[in-house]
Design a protein around this ligand. Structure first.
Ligand SMILES: [Zn+2]
Length: 493
């Protein structure tokens, strides 16, 4: 028997706006698609939060014993600047500015994306397909939609006919918009535009001579519209209807709305059973944006190389910070919040280390069974990680009291407590205990502190030859001592 058979999981479905009991299409199996990054710059911390939410969800499904096929794509073509219908491809623009081949841009930022996700301890998805690897599939879908007369060709481009689609289907059902309102709120088309209506969107765009990313098609050389790749890849790997589609809140409209329209126009059925959307990350109460400077890259947090935070923070601490908010809530990053998360993270890891050293007695003062049920209840309530973490800290509190000998735990309960705690902390939340790197850095700090003490002793004894030798030799190793009024500190260059 798998764990999921004894659990009732509820998911907030963005399509219905309600929490619904989750039932996969095929028992024991889950198909999940998440819109991946457009690889034209370093991955944003806000995007990391979205992907981390789905990593946690993927982890929990696996923890429950489901077999999950998790598809997260890489957008390496078709995503235009400002998400516009006309304009330059984001990757082609970067390639032009940096004098690189578009695929060099793609490679560089795909590597960056994977590096950062690995540092954050993400599990790799089951399939990570690319848009450029699925041009043929995209062309086939366009042909199908044209055959069904939900699209039209104009001067080598193909557009989706939203009004026609809306006659028999409901365009706007995910984002809660009505086509009539959208029409009355948009400007009229100018004479040069090829679209019949402003709401229509491109399935295929004719490539102008200067456009370097281009493929042959029945309508001439061009490139696919951005929304199409996700329909092509999710259908190919998960089927015409699949369980979960996720992404950032900002993708709900138009991207996900268009995905629904394309799939319904082509297959006649709704592609996704549960739509899930993760909320955004702000910093110091404001939207994060490169243009305003209110921005920080994940790597800058790990190294401490930034003007925003007082010190470096480990990826696991940042991950713990992100898990302390529900994935549908806005989360605000600040120095104080990270400091608090670091404290909590250490406390949690220390308690985990302490379990083995607790003395066993004949009975327990901690009701493991009901605590365990509370932990699962939190996760089963739309992946409520902040409530789960509060429950984990109930156990931390108990462990610390038991450590002082003021409460007791039986030997079998000790084993269960450790197993459940480790399951949630490492498997589900994806946190990491002391890594080799962190342990080495702790050891280095200890050794340098010892040398600082020996140097102080030498100076007190007026043995300046020894104190200078310690300072100089540390400096030659790249460790700089700084004498201040509160004593000596050091930095590793
Ligand atoms: Zn997508």
């Amino acid at each position: 028997m798998q764990l999921y058979q004894s659990q009732t999981l509820k998911i907030h479905n963005s399509l219905s706006g309600k929490k619904e009991v989750f039932k996969p299409l095929n028992e024991g199996h889950i198909g999940m698609y998440v819109c991946g990054p457009t690889v034209y710059s370093n991955v944003h911390l806000g995007n990391c939060r979205t992907f981390m939410s789905f990593d946690m969800i993927f982890r929990y499904f696996k923890h429950l014993g489901y077999k999950v096929r998790y598809v997260r794509n890489i957008t390496d073509a078709g995503h235009l600047v400002d998400d516009a219908e006309d304009g330059e491809d984001k990757i082609a623009k970067k390639a032009r500015l940096e004098k690189l081949e578009p695929m060099e841009v793609v490679q560089r930022y795909t590597v960056d994306f994977h590096n950062i996700l690995q540092k954050f301890n993400f599990l790799p998805p089951s399939i990570e397909p690319t848009a450029t690897g699925h041009i043929i599939e995209q062309i086939e879908i366009i042909k199908d939609i044209l055959d069904k007369e939900f699209a039209y060709e104009k001067n080598g481009s193909v557009y989706f006919d939203v009004s026609k689609f809306n006659e028999k289907h409901e365009y706007g059902k995910l984002s809660g918009r009505k086509l009539e309102d959208m029409i009355s709120n948009t400007r009229a088309l100018n004479a040069q535009e090829e679209k019949k209506n402003p709401q229509d969107f491109a399935l295929w765009k004719k490539a102008e001579p200067q456009h370097i990313m281009r493929w042959p098609s029945p309508w001439g050389d061009g490139f696919p519209g951005w929304h199409l790749e996700c329909t092509a890849m999710s259908t190919k790997y998960l089927g015409e209807t699949f369980d979960i589609h996720g992404g950032g809140m900002d993708l709900k409209f138009p991207h996900h709305e268009c995905e629904i329209a394309q799939a319904e126009a082509s297959n006649g059925q709704s592609p996704v059973r549960y739509w899930m959307h993760a909320n955004m990350l702000t910093m110091n109460g404001k939207k994060m944006a490169k243009s305003t400077g209110n921005n920080i890259l994940p790597g800058e947090i790990f190294s401490g190389d930034n003007n925003i935070l007082s010190k470096p923070f480990s990826p696991s601490v940042v991950r713990f910070f992100m898990m302390q908010a529900h994935y549908t809530s806005i989360l605000d990053l600040s120095n104080d919040a990270l400091l608090a998360s670091e404290k909590g993270h250490h406390k949690l890891m220390d308690a985990l280390d302490a379990i083995d050293h607790l003395e066993s007695s004949n009975s327990s003062d901690f009701d493991i069974e009901s605590w365990k049920n509370d932990c699962y209840a939190a996760m089963n309530d739309d992946f409520n990680t902040p409530i789960l973490i509060a429950k984990l800290f109930d156990a931390v509190k108990f462990i610390n009291i038991a450590k002082e000998g003021k409460q007791s735990i039986s030997a079998p309960d000790k084993i269960i407590l450790k197993e459940i705690l480790c399951g949630f902390v490492f498997e589900v939340l994806g946190l990491e205990g002391k890594t080799d790197e962190a342990a080495d850095s702790d050891k280095l700090s200890g050794v340098v502190e010892l040398l600082i003490q020996l140097r102080k002793d030498a100076r007190d004894n007026k043995d300046f030859a020894t104190s200078d030798k310690i300072r100089d030799q540390l400096a030659s190793l790249g460790i700089q001592l700084k004498d201040g009024k509160d004593g000596t500190t050091f930095s590793v260059l």
